[in-house]
Structures are given as C-alpha cells and as structure tokens.
Design a protein around this ligand. Structure first.
Ligand code: UDP
Length: 313
C-alpha cells in the first residue's frame, strides 16, 4: 500500500463507497470518485469535496468512461444495493452489474490497475448450505424479484474472472454480507435503518414473515477493514466479508426493543418474495488469508448508527 497512488471508486457517493473514499483520503491516496447519484448522495462525500486529492465525477459507469492519467486501483461499488432500491431500479441494477463491471474492468485493463469487485452474499441466493462458504454455488431464482441484483452480481463475478484470466489482470472479488452503519439511507428499506427509523419515530418495529429468517450484521468499519486488506493482498477471492454472529430477525427486533424502547410494539408484515431464509458467512478464508475478522459488537455498532441517524435525519 503506497500513499500518492490513484484509486478510481465507482459508487463513491454510496454507503460503502463513501466510507472507502474516506479511508483512501486519510491515507493520502488520490481518489477519483464516480457516481451518478441514483441511490448515492452527495451528502456522503460533501466533507471531501474541498480536499485536493478528491475529484468527483457525476457519471453512470454503465456508460464507458475515458480516464486521463494513471489509475492504480479500480473498485467497482456502483449499484443499488437494498432490495427496495434495486426493485425500484431493476434495469439500472442489471446494467451496473453488467456494463458497469465491464466498463470498470476496461479502465483497469487499460491502466494496468488492480481491480476489486463488490460482490454480495446474494450470489448464494436462498442458501441450502449453512453457513455459506465461498465454494458454495448458491440457490438463486434466475427470474424472480431479487434476480436483478443476484444475477447481475453473479454475472459481474464471472466477468471479473474472465478479464482476470484472459488479460492476466490482478482481480479480486469480495462477497459482502449485510452491513450497517452511518450514511445508510434511512428510507432504503433495509432492516437496520427501518428499525432505527421506527424507534426514533416511536412506531412499531416491522418484522417480515414470521421473523425466523436469519441475517448476520457487520459494522461498516469492520467491512472497510476487510475490503482494504483484500485489495492489498495477493488473494483473488471470492472471499466472504461479513460478521458471523447470526440472529433471527425476530431476535434482532427484540434486541433493538430491549436496548432502545422496551415498550415498542412488534408488528408482522408479509415476507417479500424469495427472501433468503438463512444467511451467515463462513469467514475462515478471510481469517486465514487476510488476518481479518470483525471486531465491533452489534450492540456498539447499532449505538453508533443510532447516534448518527439521530443527528442526520
Ligand atoms: N426485514 C424485516 N423488516 C423490515 C425490513 C426487512 O423483517 O422492516 C427483513 C427482510 O425480510 C429480511 C431481513 O429483514 O429477511 C433483511 O432484510 P434487508 O432488506 O435488510 O436485506 P436482505 O438481507 O434481505 O438483502
């Protein structure tokens, strides 16, 4: 890892993209931040715009991009990522996974950059193997409501390795599991911002289905640590980056209730189509090859996130 190098970050105004921009700016990298602000927000990067090492370009990476000057690292994070967002933008989501990935790879090929793809636990679909290890191929509905995201990311993984093999490029794939923290959009429909919004506005917590489906939540700082370790490693992946502490959604709702408002009601709402029944990363590979594991306990991460939302909505 060398300061002064140039990073091209797609999805730079998004939740994870903006935290990665901070990480690189803090370490004196030059950051070319690309985002078309479809689901990202300029607010997430407003504090960086005066920094001389930071350049923002309003561009949809699903269209080709000509870049002047050297680029040492390309990180492709542009995509709607919450189920509500990607279902609102089905075609744009598929384009970001397909053309966006290829256009980012083309830049990396031309500039001889290291390339990192933000993939997802959604490539495992509604997994029949538990916990999920990287060698599991998944159980994905190829045309259901979630397919636009799942299949786009599966295509993106295949395309990334196709470029890696054909052009002998240094490519890496991170499979990101549920992540939460400051700068999520309060209205993106995901369970963490929904529960926080509901607590802050004294509304009942909405649990979908019977709440027995499981998720494992990783705090954003841990996630960024895992991604950057992968970027500067010699591991291509794919590698799971997530927190293996697993909760049923009902347990998670009960924990939030206990911590923030024991009087809060829990109401049950219909389960969305193809909602995965279980999800938990096996992070043995990341532990062994990257020396990485998450450190922030959920209770602490939720408090940090809750405090941020209190001041920012
Ligand atoms: N969920 C819920 N209540 C909400 C929002 C989500 O019970 O208000 C459930 C959702 O059905 C899923 C889990 O929480 O089982 C995580 O959903 P999220 O949208 O955060 O992300 P996903 O892991 O499904 O991509």
């Amino acid at each position: 890892m060398v300061s002064g190098k140039t990073v091209l970050m797609t999805g730079a105004a998004g939740f994870l993209g903006s935290h990665l921009c901070d990480w690189f700016i803090d370490r004196k990298f030059q950051v070319m931040a690309v985002d078309n602000l479809l689901t990202g927000s300029k607010r997430n990067i407003a504090h960086l715009t005066k920094n001389k090492n930071f350049k923002f370009l309003n561009h949809n990476i699903s269209q080709p991009l000509k870049v002047i000057g050297p680029v040492d690292y390309v990180l492709h994070f542009a995509s709607p990522a919450s189920p509500v967002d990607y279902m609102n933008h089905p075609i744009a989501t598929m384009e970001a996974g397909a053309y966006g990935t290829q256009n980012s790879l083309e830049i990396a090929k031309l500039k001889e950059s290291v390339f990192l793809l933000a993939s997802t636990s959604e490539v495992y679909g509604d997994p029949l193997v538990h916990p999920q290890k990287e060698d599991y191929w998944g159980n994905v509905n190829p045309h259901g409501l979630r397919s636009i995201y799942d299949e786009a990311k599966r295509f993106a993984e295949a395309m990334t390795f196709a470029y890696g093999r054909q052009y002998k490029m240094d490519v890496k794939i991170a499979r990101i599991f549920n992540t939460y923290g400051p700068r999520m959009q309060i209205k993106d429909g995901r369970v963490v911002p929904n529960f926080i919004d509901q607590i802050l506005h004294h509304r009942p917590l909405t649990v979908y289905g019977n709440g027995k489906q499981t998720r494992s939540f990783c705090y954003v700082d841990d996630l960024i640590d895992g991604i950057t370790r992968l970027l500067f490693s010699n591991l291509p992946g794919p590698v799971n980056i997530g927190n293996p502490r697993e909760f049923t959604i009902l347990e998670f709702a009960s924990l939030i209730k206990k911590l923030y408002n024991p009087k809060a009601k829990i109401v049950f709402k219909p389960l969305p189509q193809d909602d995965p029944k279980q999800r938990r990363p096996d992070i043995t590979l990341a532990r062994q090859k990257l020396g990485w594991e998450p450190k922030v306990p959920l209770e602490q991460g939720i408090k940090l996130t809750m405090d941020w939302f209190r001041n920012n909505i």
